[in-house]
Design a protein around this ligand. Structure first.
Ligand SMILES: [Zn+2]
Length: 514
């Protein structure tokens, strides 16, 4: 009898846990709500997506330079018990650093070759926005017994929460009792206003406790804050925007040994799934690239690299008037010329400097993308874009000239240049042979260097059916075209993917077989 009772007790505990897990993460619903109340958000999200796409095409992101992020914890409590101890807050910071610095030995037991370390470190913000020393912790007593995702009341002083510190300089982590069993939610890059940027963690799941609450709710939410989607995307058909995470049909819970959906083994252990905390411990290279892309030039989180939370502003200079300004010894480039057609562009200039900085800005981006050059020209391919702004300046030692702007509106149609689309699949729909062609070069930027990527060496062409099953695979050595015989294939939609030698997507297209 005692045994039966024990089994029942365990059973009900597990089903309770499963029930909680089904409403685990509010980030997707939060984003949907933000989009519904702010129609301008789509534009910002689009910008972030383009920047992420450009930046993740560079392997330079795979640096081991650690990115340091100052964190401000807002501990909001009504009940003294929820005024969490310093030790518990420290344990949360450790849990973040364990996964973002790749320090968990259990990760090495995982069999996936694509496991990678973000090299992102979180510290208590040493300075506040006014440059005063800070503990990185704000504690506030509230008259709210609990908070909801939709109201965001936890993020504002006047609604019983705590105002955000500037998102350009800090990661805001709000901790409070949440209604409805939510573990937490995050604001995606560009997914809401500055005043609400950050993550919210339910007090009960904050910090390293025991069993299935080891601080990984915050790890998962910071993943969203750095633009990661859930690993299951929106089912088998729509993935998470990351090439090296296997598709999954739905979130995984608990800690199973094996699970298979979408015709492949699910990546149990990925921190963007919903497994138990003691069961998740890995990010993939694709996820790491996506997160680090947020810190690349023009990235949504780039300003954190220069945070006033770590490097407070210097005092204003009083009494520096005595020194006359130095003479102009670094003239701006001259005789600028610019050509653009069908996405291909070429810019050139003249000057005497040893180095130049070239910048361009896509029509709906707020920030300039920067490229350093020792030469006096630059060419590249920006698929899908017909116009953008461009400017260049000289770099003479530590001195920089004024910007010189290119006349980018008119194009010289007499110049010879590659034309046409950068990746074509013809005919489409197809019944027998599909001819697939791509350009030998693609626009490509790496922090501070290089402008062109040559495509054609060691690329791989793959076709997938709508179940995510690869039905065709070919290595392309120095070729920019392939013929795929689809005779005998089932009619329907296929996805064409061209990847580089490291498996990174260069081009995607859809192919209809009839
Ligand atoms: Zn989530």
């Amino acid at each position: 009898m005692a045994l039966v009772f024990l089994c029942l007790a365990i059973f009900s505990y597990r089903s309770l846990e499963a029930q909680e897990k089904t409403i685990y993460c509010g980030s997707d619903a939060y984003l949907q709500h933000q989009q519904s109340v702010d129609p301008n958000l789509d534009r910002t999200l689009n910008e972030v997506a383009v920047q992420t796409r450009l930046a993740t095409s560079t392997v330079e992101l795979r640096s081991r330079d650690t990115i340091v992020i100052p964190v401000i914890f807002h501990i909001i409590y009504q009940n003294e018990l929820d005024n969490l101890s310093l030790a518990l807050i420290e344990s949360q910071l450790e849990a973040l650093n364990q996964d973002f610095l790749g320090l968990d030995p259990s990760r090495d037991m995982q069999q996936y070759p694509q496991i990678a370390t973000p090299y992102i470190k979180f510290i208590f913000a040493p300075y506040d926005p006014n440059g005063k020393p800070s503990t990185g912790i704000i504690r506030k007593k509230t008259d709210q017994s609990s908070f909801t995702r939709r109201g965001d009341a936890i993020k504002f002083d006047e609604t019983g929460g705590s105002d955000a510190w500037p998102r350009t300089d800090y990661l805001n982590i709000w901790v409070g009792v949440m209604e409805g069993g939510y573990l937490g939610y995050a604001q995606f890059p560009g997914g809401g206003k500055a005043a609400t940027d950050g993550i919210v963690i339910n007090t009960r799941y904050f910090g390293r406790r025991s069993g299935t609450s080891l601080g990984r709710t915050a790890v998962h939410e910071v993943g969203h804050w750095l633009n990661l989607q859930h690993i299951w995307g929106r089912g088998c058909q729509e993935d998470d925007g990351v090439a090296d995470t296997p598709n999954a049909e739905y979130p995984g819970y608990g800690c199973p040994q094996e699970r298979e959906t979408c015709g492949n083994r699910d990546m149990i252990g990925n921190l963007m799934d919903l497994s138990d905390d003691n069961c998740m411990n890995l990010f993939t290279q694709g996820q790491v690239d996506r997160m680090r892309a947020q810190f690349a030039p023009g990235g949504f989180r780039e300003s954190l690299l220069y945070s006033i939370g770590i490097h407070p502003k210097e005092e204003e200079c009083n009494g520096c008037e005595g020194n006359p300004p130095p003479e102009v010894t670094c003239p701006a480039p001259q005789n600028l010329s610019f050509f653009i057609q069908n996405g291909y562009f070429k810019a050139s200039w003249e000057g005497m400097a040893e180095n130049y900085v070239f910048q361009l800005k896509l029509p709906f981006m707020n920030q300039w993308i920067e490229l350093s050059r020792s030469g006096k020209d630059i060419a590249g391919y920006l698929s899908g874009f017909t116009a953008f702004e461009a400017r260049v300046r000289s770099v003479c030692g530590s001195e920089k000239s004024d910007w010189a702007f290119f006349q980018t509106s008119s194009s010289d149609r007499k110049s010879s240049s590659p034309t046409g689309s950068t990746f074509t699949v013809r005919p489409n729909p197809v019944g027998d042979i599909a001819q697939i062609e791509w350009m030998p070069i693609d626009f490509h930027y790496i922090r501070g260097e290089t402008t062109l990527r040559e495509i054609g060496k060691h690329t791989y062409l793959s076709l997938y059916n709508t179940n995510g099953v690869r039905v065709y695979h070919q290595a392309c050595q120095d070729e920019q075209s392939a013929s795929v015989n689809v005779q005998g294939w089932s009619a329907g939609l296929y996805f064409v993917l061209l990847t580089d030698e490291q498996g990174y997507p260069i081009h995607r297209a859809k192919l209809m077989v009839h």
